[in-house]
Structures are given as structure tokens and as C-alpha cells.
Write a protein that binds this ligand. Structure first.
Ligand code: ATP
Ligand code: MN
Ligand code: MN
Length: 307
């Protein structure tokens, strides 16, 4: 009887107690999305996004004037000013202010309150920062490349990686291209992984010269897809799964299965306004991601790569 007299627990606030300033401010004119919509978005996807952020240095893209305004890419932070965003040990990246980690779902909402729109992560985790735990291929369409060519290209990259006995996982970027990720056991250093990723891309570009380019710069990729291996260096980042994009339409980077790639309509198929349609699928497309991690030793032997 006593228990029934205790006051009811307060309803959990949908924004985790984060106070929002200027909630009605339009941040994307093309859709009319407001700042409050982005905060609600991050409150909604926080639990799905957190596993992709755990232990990883994160860079923040701030867009105080919305998707059409100037952006600030922040890799370091001198003082902990965002609740839920923690500073990492300065030893991880000496000669700089500390790196950051989003350590709690609230950090996403607090950061969004401070005009952060995108979250980008390293390919390594803080417990062994010298040895990356994944290899990322960022497929970027050159001028004139249509979406179906992008879908085919991703399937080709996947098939080639399979030939090297490397399982890979795909995600939309929320923009124009696609991201292909290979989970790694933490055996090799950054330069080894980057050099090998370059060898893979050069091999693909040599074998399919009409389709792929291994060289950056718009002139090198007219009508072709540039496979950017430079995401694999120390300190390089790629947009995190479930991050919104600071671009008109506010696409979202979403994990997908390989079976879905041929059916996708664009890399911005999911965005802040329709993401609820994807929440029940969540991270299931990457369910076996951790179990599939392996070293590059065998793949290097198959490709004839000498590190
Ligand atoms: P799309 O599919 O449209 O190519 P994307 O996220 O792959 O989307 P890219 O332009 O290919 O976009 O990639 C930009 C990369 O550069 C991102 O991985 C990001 O982490 C990194 N980046 C972006 N801005 C900066 C910056 N100012 N300084 C350092 N790195 C940046
Ligand atoms: Mn890209
Ligand atoms: Mn790129």
C-alpha cells in the first residue's frame, strides 16, 4: 500500500534533459527542417549509433548557419564542454589538444544543441590506437556517373574483396557515394593498412579502367568512380553510421545488406524525415560485423602485396 503512495516517476524527457535554444530555427531550407528536428533525430537514433562510436575518436562538423552556411570540422577539444562527449587521453594524438569520444547517447543531443550536425569517426579505437580495426573504401562518383553505376561498383568492390577472402559491409553515406567497410583484427599498423588499401584500389582501377579511378581530383574521375583509400590513414575519418549529413535534404548514413544495394534509390534514401521507416531494421545488416574481423595477412598473400 505504501508503494502506491510514492509519487510517479517523471516521464523521461525525449531529449534526455538537454535544454534546446532556438528550437524553431530552420537548418535546412530545402526541407524546412528545424534545429529541434535534428535534436529529436539524434535522440531517436542514439542507441543505434552508440556502438559505432564506442571507443573511437570522433570529429564534429558544426554548421551554425544550417546546411547552406559555413561548416567547422573539429577534431580536438581543449575542455569538456559538451555533456556526453569526453576528452580522450592526450597520448593518443600527441602535440594536439585531446581527441574526443561520444561516450553516451546524450552526447549526440548535447552536441546537436551546440550546432553539431555530423559525427565522423576514426578507423581505430582508443585501447589500441596504433592498429586500425577496419579498412574503409569511400566510393565517390565523378562527374556524370549515375547512381546505377555506383551500385554496380560497390558490388564489384565487394566481389573483389571476397576474392581476397575479406568480408565487407556497406552503408549509404547520406550523400552521393557509398562506403564499404572491412572489419579488421588489430594486427597491422596504419601505414600497412593504408598502403594495402591503396594497392587494392590501384588493382581495381587497372583492371576496370573505364569504371574506377585510384587518383583523387575531379579531372581524374570524370565519368568514373574514385575509390578513396585515404580514409585509412592515421587521423582520417569517415562519417559515422546513423550520422545525419549537413547537406540539403539531410541524408543519413545507414548500414545496409549487400542484397539491398541493387534496390537502393540513392545514397540519401534515408534522411532525417523518413528515418523512422528504417529504425526496426537498425544495425541488423551489420550483425555479423565483429565476428567477421580478420587480419590482412592472407589477403596480402593472395594479391601478392609485400608490406
Ligand atoms: P559522399 O557519399 O557524398 O561522397 P562522403 O561522406 O563520403 O559523402 P566525401 O567528400 O567523400 O563525403 O568525404 C569527405 C571525408 O573527408 C569524410 O570522410 C570526412 O570525415 C572528411 N572530412 C570532411 N571535411 C573535412 C575537414 N575539414 N578536415 C578533415 N577531414 C574532413
Ligand atoms: Mn564519399
Ligand atoms: Mn571522398
Amino acid at each position: 500500500a505504501k508503494a502506491t503512495q510514492s509519487p510517479p516517476l517523471p516521464e523521461p524527457s525525449p531529449l534526455g534533459g538537454v535544454k534546446v535554444t532556438n528550437p524553431e530555427r530552420i537548418i535546412d531550407k530545402s526541407t524546412g527542417l528545424r534545429k529541434i528536428d535534428l535534436l529529436r533525430y539524434y535522440a531517436l537514433v542514439g542507441d543505434l549509433m552508440l556502438p559505432h562510436l564506442k571507443g573511437r575518436p570522433v570529429s564534429l562538423v558544426r554548421a551554425p548557419e544550417g546546411v547552406d552556411g559555413q561548416m567547422f570540422f573539429q577534431k580536438h577539444m581543449d575542455k569538456p564542454t559538451i555533456t556526453g562527449v569526453r576528452l580522450l587521453s592526450p597520448e593518443l594524438d600527441p602535440d594536439h589538444e585531446p581527441l574526443m569520444e561520444v561516450a553516451a547517447a546524450q552526447g549526440l543531443v548535447s552536441a546537436a544543441q551546440m550546432n553539431v550536425m555530423e559525427f565522423h569517426t576514426w578507423n581505430g579505437v582508443k585501447t589500441l590506437i596504433g592498429k586500425p580495426d577496419r579498412m574503409t573504401f569511400d566510393l565517390d562518383p565523378g562527374k556524370g556517373v549515375e547512381w546505377p553505376a555506383m551500385q554496380e561498383a560497390a558490388m564489384v568492390v565487394r566481389a573483389f574483396l571476397e576474392e581476397l577472402e575479406l568480408p565487407s559491409f556497406a552503408k549509404t553515406s547520406g550523400g552521393k557515394g557509398l562506403h564499404v567497410v572491412v572489419p579488421l583484427k588489430r594486427r597491422h599498423d596504419w601505414d600497412t593498412v593504408k598502403d594495402f588499401s591503396q594497392a587494392i584500389v590501384q588493382h581495381l582501377a587497372k583492371t576496370f579502367p573505364r569504371r574506377f579511378s585510384a587518383k583523387s581530383g575531379p579531372r581524374n574521375r570524370v565519368g568514373k568512380i574514385f575509390i578513396d583509400y585515404l580514409r585509412n590513414g592515421f587521423g582520417a575519418t569517415t562519417v559515422c553510421a546513423w550520422s545525419a549529413r549537413a547537406r540539403p535534404g539531410m541524408g543519413v548514413s545507414v548500414p545496409v545488406t549487400w542484397d539491398e544495394i541493387p534496390q537502393l534509390k540513392s545514397s540519401a534514401q534515408w534522411h532525417v524525415r523518413n528515418i523512422h521507416e528504417r529504425l526496426d531494421v537498425g544495425n541488423a545488416p551489420w550483425e555479423s560485423y565483429e565476428d567477421e574481423a580478420r587480419t590482412l595477412t592472407r589477403a596480402m598473400r593472395i594479391l601478392g602485396f609485400n608490406s
